[in-house]
Design a protein around this ligand. Structure first.
Ligand SMILES: Cc1cc2nc3c(=O)[nH]c(=O)nc-3n(C[C@H](O)[C@H](O)[C@H](O)COP(=O)(O)OP(=O)(O)OC[C@H]3O[C@@H](n4cnc5c(N)ncnc54)[C@H](O)[C@@H]3O)c2cc1C
Length: 306
């Protein structure tokens, strides 16, 4: 029996772990955080359940559909309200969310796997003493550091997320749209979490904003407490909200939010691999597919076959 270490309990790492474990390999997942999901992140805050990473996911690929359905069943729902870009509704995408928080999808996918939470891997090569293969699903710059290789030349785009709560339900334009998208302005994306039933405490409206690449880079190193104050005027103008209803806010820094352009993985030490979202687009479904396809190829490659 071959032993495989997977670094990261995000969508890619868990997809790879499930597939490898399903073929009889002994798999251990190491995750530095207290919870699973990585950038598919959910926070319990002020009585609300807020997705401050991935807002929704697509379910287009049959393999992903089957995995989501088996893991989470009818706790995954479709968002019905439109996303508006420049006042126009754009309904080209089916958007799905997990009723209990999007990070719950990761926990569901991890059922039955050995996942060691709050375990940071500093030197990934050291794991080769105990495992036959080491697979990292952390964003490439973090992966490269763990394996002692040069991370240069591969760009991940940062994103500041700002979450704002207002007293009153369905304030301003929040009843007419799930999200507003502005590809040209600083407020690249703002979504109203009230559209995910049961997530927001009664009597409140909660909005999640993702700032543009330019804004995020400019303010990346500012203290997170300053971001709500910077972003509130933009959000209140876009959603026609009164600042007097403001209740609370917080910011989260995503230093490696998404890969600029998918890349070919640079060489890693023998028996070491990368299986994160960088080899495909930075999306939940693509991250899962990256991990799943990596595992299928590894199983089929011979030396590691169970
Ligand atoms: C703000 C934001 C909004 C987004 N919105 C959407 C959206 O609406 N729809 C969509 O489809 N996608 C969205 N995405 C993209 C999507 O969330 C990611 O592409 C996907 O979740 C990446 O999954 P992953 O498993 O490849 O990486 P990650 O989720 O980053 O998982 C890597 C894991 O590795 C762990 N790790 C890192 N270093 C170590 C270490 N040294 N030791 C142990 N563990 C380690 C991390 O803690 C993390 O859990 C968004 C991303 C962000 C940041």
């Amino acid at each position: 029996m071959k032993r495989v270490a997977i670094i990261g309990a995000g969508m890619a790492g868990l997809a790879a772990a499930r597939e490898l474990a399903g073929h009889g390999l002994e798999v251990t997942v190491f995750e530095k955080s207290r919870g699973m999901g990585g950038r598919c992140a959910t926070k319990r805050w002020e009585g609300h359940v807020v997705d401050h990473g991935a807002q929704y996911f697509t379910v287009r690929d049959e393999r992903f559909r089957a995995a989501v359905s088996a893991a989470s069943g009818d706790r995954v729902e479709r968002l019905a309200a439109p996303v508006r870009t420049g006042g126009q509704a754009t309904e080209d995408t089916e958007r799905w969310f997990h009723r209990e928080g999007n990070s719950r999808l990761a926990r569901d996918l991890a059922a039955g796997l050995e996942v060691r939470l709050e375990t940071t891997v500093e030197d990934a090569r050291a794991l080769l003493g105990s495992f036959d293969r080491v697979v990292s699903s952390a964003p490439w710059p973090q992966t490269a550091r763990m394996f002692g290789v040069d991370p240069a030349g591969i760009d991940y785009v940062p994103c500041l997320a700002v979450i704002l709560a207002y007293r009153g339900e369905w304030l301003g334009a929040t009843g007419n749209a799930y999200a507003l998208r502005d590809p040209l302005g600083p407020l690249a994306w703002t979504a109203c979490e009230n559209h995910k039933p049961g997530r927001i405490a009664p009597g409140f409206t909660v909005l999640v904003s993702h700032l543009s690449e330019a804004f995020s880079r400019e303010h990346l190193e500012c203290p997170a407490e300053e971001w709500p104050g910077l972003v509130r005027p933009l959000v209140e103008a876009a959603w026609e909200l009164s600042g007097e209803a403001f209740a609370a806010g917080f910011g989260h820094r995503w230093r490696y939010a998404r890969v600029g352009t998918p890349f070919a993985v640079p060489a890693l030490p023998d028996r070491c691999h990368f299986a994160g979202d960088g080899v495909r687009a930075s999306r939940v479904e693509d991250a899962w597919l990256a991990g799943h396809e990596f595992a299928v190829n590894l199983i089929g490659s011979g030396p590691c076959a169970a």
